[in-house]
Design a binder for this molecule. Sequence first.
Ligand code: MN
Length: 340
Amino acid sequence: MVGIIVSSPGVLELIAQAPLVPPEAGEVTIRVERAGICGSDMHILHGSNPFARYPRVIGHEFAGQVMQVGSGVTCIAVGDRVVVDPVLPCGTCYPCRIGRPNVCGNLQVLGVHRDGGFRDHCNVPAASCVKLPADMPIEVATLAEPFAVAANVLSRTGIGAEDIVLIYGAGTVGLTVLQVAKLHGARCIISDPDTARLERALGFGADVVVDPRAASVADAVRDENDGLGPTVVIDGAGIPALLLEACQVASPVGRIGLLGFSAAPCNISQQEIVKKELTLVGSRLNKQFLGPVVGWLAEGKLRPAAMITQTFAAKDARAAFDLIERDPASTIKVHLDFMN
Ligand code: MN
């Protein structure tokens, strides 16, 4: 029985997990099989996630098998294989009432506000579980949450086959956005100052890659869309200064999606926004996109296998975190195997 806990900022510990408690009404007990390490787990470890409270069992990307169901649970049965949506809305506040539960005023996120999935067993609401097709490998299902984050930002901007999408950053977020945009038929340009990451982006279907050290992004997109520029710009890098450039290069009627969580202000031109009627949208977590993503994965519309660059036994979690700290460029998604 192992649990991976951040006891205080900077301190990662493997703990023996407390004995199992039975699931409460409406909950199920999951035997976690696989989990993915996210940038936001690293932020909690570093003390730079404003929402985290310590000590915390981290982990919000996880999948496994249902071992036990609490009273009143009818949609999920013992033995079902599931992936868990970590977003727990209250269901009654204004955002919840108007169908935006991922920005619930009383939001709880597994692995952030509450103990998460980096442990052998955990109890979660049955309503947060998405059932998996029998033949879907558990490691593939574990990627549903990061792909759901990409699906969310593209639902906020809108996405279609006529779109030309500029994505800043070819890290994990950029590569998931790229794949979800491609499955909608869009043309995709991805910018990153790292040649190896750009090579990888080409393998995931990027139409054009830009190294901003060699050519400015503005020059690289100048001829797109009859010279008007990209119709959608996604900041998958979380760098505030990019927003100014995003507004400058976007097409009239362009939509700009932001995923970063920096508190730093950035100066953007009101003129660009008004002149072109740009739409700037934030995107947080995901709004019940794990179900659709599991469908896309089942239909083979995404390329999940190549996203998982390393898998460590859960007991070797420290080595996994060390690798991400030491050599992030060698990783896209690092997984922890809780069956091993
Ligand atoms: Mn994540």
